[in-house]
Design a protein around this ligand. Structure first.
Ligand SMILES: Cc1cc2nc3c(=O)[nH]c(=O)nc-3n(C[C@H](O)[C@H](O)[C@H](O)COP(=O)(O)OP(=O)(O)OC[C@H]3O[C@@H](n4cnc5c(N)ncnc54)[C@H](O)[C@@H]3O)c2cc1C
Length: 430
């Protein structure tokens, strides 16, 4: 029995049905993929500051490629392009470090192959360009003064709803069942799991219980006697309609890798300074303001995200939306792409949504066995749950069926000694 029909639960169910383990039931009071998993920016990258994460996401991308062939999940590979106007030595040092963790070779000003290549033709690893003329020739829309770009190649975005839907259809097509209800109790002790109690009064007998409850994972962990080291952080994104056609439709994901201070006029400064909740917008804001074009070449839509304020808070739905968020992201993006400046004067049509990153201090997920026999967790997928979900579900299924575990399994074990990860880059998270 899998609790939670977000991408973590669906991927686990899909893998279990492939292993023909017997009856699999997915329980959730909400429709599948509607709490966090449909709020993501749908992006993926194998570029992580820890070897186990590189390994997990590389495996996940291998599986996403298989799903692209089998189901068509809109997998693109334009990469993540990190632009910096600062001394590029930090960018280069970080990239060398991540490359050495298994993320692929690093080429510096060497045989760059750009353009919108098919995913199967994109070179592995990453490229760094430091020659301003070469940078301008490939990316004429970037701000003057960009001293280096890092183009991570095993990266891009995909259609996460098609992906989740395809896996769920495949699983239910071979007998998996979806039950619309809430798990409210688990009868479990040192002898194992026996019965799950549901909110509507039903009971399901099972020997295996999988916690894939996303932002509800800590509460569900408590039901099985596991205190999981999780917290939730509010993150939002903005979709905006590029009605002036200013965004290059063939662009990669574009990220401003530097911290920045926004340029407000005197009246705006005064208003912000007077509001204790917004005064922080006058100070230096984090790095990694980013966006990518959404949809095909005809689509006017763009997805932008910037983790300017990510309060740790218990999950509340509907999420509180900061009325300044869209404007702040557009202003941040205009630093990187100056031609977007008209949108900072006259905001385009925007939609802001989001959800919670359910995280651990190390930003490593918790995947594997709980304290009692028959209990498993696949939780804590932070801001990478879509990209990591294929391998996370596979790893959960390996734990459940007693299969061979990959080298990275131990790092993600729920009972591990949890410590904050000292990231190789202090430039913030995505
Ligand atoms: C703004 C934003 C942008 C993001 N961008 C990206 C991105 O670009 N790439 C990426 O890889 N990731 C991204 N993420 C992260 C990604 O969306 C999440 O990591 C992922 O969706 C988590 O999936 P999940 O299945 O763990 O949780 P969810 O999708 O939240 O699913 C958990 C499910 O458990 C159910 N549940 C909870 N309690 C119970 C209970 N007691 N009984 C039954 N069911 C229960 C809930 O109803 C829910 O349906 C982003 C997230 C946000 C918020």
């Amino acid at each position: 029995m899998v609790c939670g029909a977000g991408i973590a639960g669906i991927s686990t169910v899909y893998q279990l049905t492939r292993l023909r383990v017997g009856k699999v039931v997915l329980v959730d009071p909400e429709s599948p993929m509607t709490v966090t998993s449909d709020k993501s920016s749908e992006s993926y990258r194998n570029w992580w500051p820890s070897r186990p994460m590189v390994s997990l996401v590389n495996r996940s991308i291998d599986l996403l490629e298989t799903y692209e062939r089998d189901f068509g999940i809109g997998l693109g590979r334009r990469g993540y392009l990190f632009a910096t106007a600062e001394d590029p030595s930090e960018t280069i040092a970080n990239a060398e470090s991540i490359s050495s963790l298994g993320a692929g070779p690093l080429r510096i000003d060497d045989a760059y192959r750009g353009g919108d290549l098919h995913w199967s033709e994109v070179p592995p690893g990453a490229d760094i360009l430091t020659d301003p003329d070469v940078i301008t020739a490939w990316f004429p829309y970037l701000a003057q003064g960009v001293g280096a770009v890092l183009h991570v190649r095993r990266a891009g975005w995909f259609d996460s709803k098609r992906y989740g839907g395809a896996l769920l259809d495949a699983a239910t097509g071979v007998g998996a069942e979806v039950v619309h209800d809430r798990v409210v109790g688990v009868d479990v002790d040192g002898d194992g799991v026996r019965v799950i109690a549901l909110g509507e009064g039903g009971r399901i007998a099972t020997e295996v219980f999988v916690n894939a409850a996303g932002p509800g994972a800590a509460a569900v962990g408590n039901l099985v006697g596991d205190q999981l080291p999780l917290f939730t952080e509010l993150h939002t994104k903005v979709m905006f309609r590029d009605h002036l056609g200013l965004v290059p439709r063939d662009a990669p994901m574009l990220l401003w890798a530097d911290r920045q201070t926004l340029d407000w006029d005197a009246e705006e400064r005064e208003a912000l300074a007077d509001d204790p909740d917004l005064a922080y917008l006058l100070g230096e804001l984090p790095a990694m303001c980013h966006f990518h074009p959404e949809g095909g070449t005809e689509s006017p839509w763009v997805v932008g995200q910037w983790s300017v304020a990510t309060p740790r808070t218990a999950p509340v739905f509907p999420i509180p939306v900061d009325p300044m968020y869209a404007e702040v992201v557009l202003r941040g993006l205009a630093t990187m792409i100056p031609r977007l400046a008209p949108y900072t004067e006259w905001l385009p049509s925007t939609t802001v949504d989001g959800g919670y990153y359910t995280r651990t201090e190390s930003n490593h997920p918790l995947i594997g066995a709980g304290t009692h026999p028959g209990v498993f967790h696949v939780v804590g997928l932070g801001g990478f749950g879509l990209m990591a979900s294929a391998a996370a579900g596979e790893l959960a299924a390996q734990w459940i069926t007693g299969g061979d575990l990959p080298d990275h399994a131990d790092t993600f074990r729920p009972g591990r000694d949890e410590k904050p990860l000292v990231a190789t880059s202090g430039r913030g998270q995505l």
